[in-house]
Design a protein around this ligand. Structure first.
Ligand code: ZN
Length: 304
């Protein structure tokens, strides 16, 4: 009770302060102080606690896992905070909802691997379904190895890059893996943000938060490259890997070592598809390699 009184007083004081800020705001032409004022006035209406961190989020900064939409989603933070006490991996199945991603299964597949007889998905499969399937497979592999896994989506829902980064940043993850699938190219394409490396700080611009993790993301990408190249070597056909840097809206806002893993078909010397991206067995092999790389990553971090 006493605490509530103290909070009420704090709120009152804040409101007085805000009124004073209004003078400042008028003097400097409004801007961000107006944002803060609205955040405080809307607090009782939204019935969620607006922390100072969430107010900072309104300015488009990353602090302690907050996001531009911080105060609207604070209630969802508890589960990921619990997970943060362990080695956390965020698995982000790209696309979803109205955003189906690329049309897969058969496009450029030269007649191979696009049926269901081999356990693959039917022709006309959308990328969003394949990424979700891979996400679920990777989640199972990681949970079995003692990882705490946070999925950005567990079903067919639409999410923009900010929403995905919000999930990732609240999880305070030691690795973030974004999953894509394509019929173009061969093997697995690994992408790291093209942002120039930056310093890690308490407050970071939301749109370029990844800059402070780029060096670690490149190391994680190397670990993935090693595990994928080693995978399947017994039967003489390792998974070829292409590594690159690119602008990735979701990843660029993630405050964690983050790599986009784009799975393309396995092809033979004549560029014919040997295993399509809709082939469950192939997907599983790729996810096993990703899990192996994350085990190595956890070991390097000194975690059991
Ligand atoms: Zn994609």
């Amino acid at each position: 009770m006493r605490q509530r009184e103290a909070q009420a007083r704090l709120g009152y004081n804040r409101r007085v302060k805000t009124a004073a800020d209004e003078v400042t705001s008028r003097r400097d032409g409004g801007g961000w102080t107006r944002w803060l004022r609205w955040a405080w006035w809307l607090r009782p209406m939204a019935r969620v606690r607006v922390s100072r961190g969430a107010a900072v989020c309104a300015l488009g900064l990353v602090v302690a896992g907050c996001a531009p939409t911080g105060w609207a989603q604070n209630a969802q933070a508890n589960d990921t905070q619990a997970a943060a006490r362990r080695f956390v991996v965020v698995v982000d199945a790209a696309h979803g909802g109205a955003d189906g991603g690329a049309a897969l299964a058969g496009a450029g597949a030269a007649g191979a691997g696009n049926g269901t007889a081999d356990g693959g998905m039917a022709a006309g499969t959308q990328e969003k379904d394949v990424t979700l399937q891979m996400s679920q497979a990777l989640r199972a592999l990681l949970v079995a190895r003692g990882f705490a896994v946070v999925e950005t989506r567990a079903g067919d829902v639409a999410m923009d890059g900010d929403a995905r980064a919000t999930v990732a940043n609240r999880a305070t993850a030691q690795a973030c893996v974004v999953l894509h699938a394509t019929e173009a190219g061969a093997g697995v394409h690994l992408f790291v943000s093209s942002l120039a490396p930056g310093q890690r700080a308490m407050l970071m611009p939301w749109k370029t938060a990844q800059a402070a993790w780029v060096a670690e993301s490149l190391k994680l990408s190397s670990a993935l490259n090693g595990a994928l190249s080693a995978m399947g070597r017994d039967d003489g056909a390792g998974i070829p890997v292409t590594m690159g840097r690119t602008t990735l809206p979701g990843i660029d806002s993630m405050a964690c070592p983050a790599v986009a893993v784009e799975v393309a078909p396995l092809r033979d010397g004549a560029r014919r598809v040997v295993s399509d991206v809709t082939d469950r067995e192939y997907e599983t092999r790729v996810m096993q390699a990703v899990a192996a790389a994350l085990l190595e990553w956890r070991g390097e971090a000194g975690e059991p």
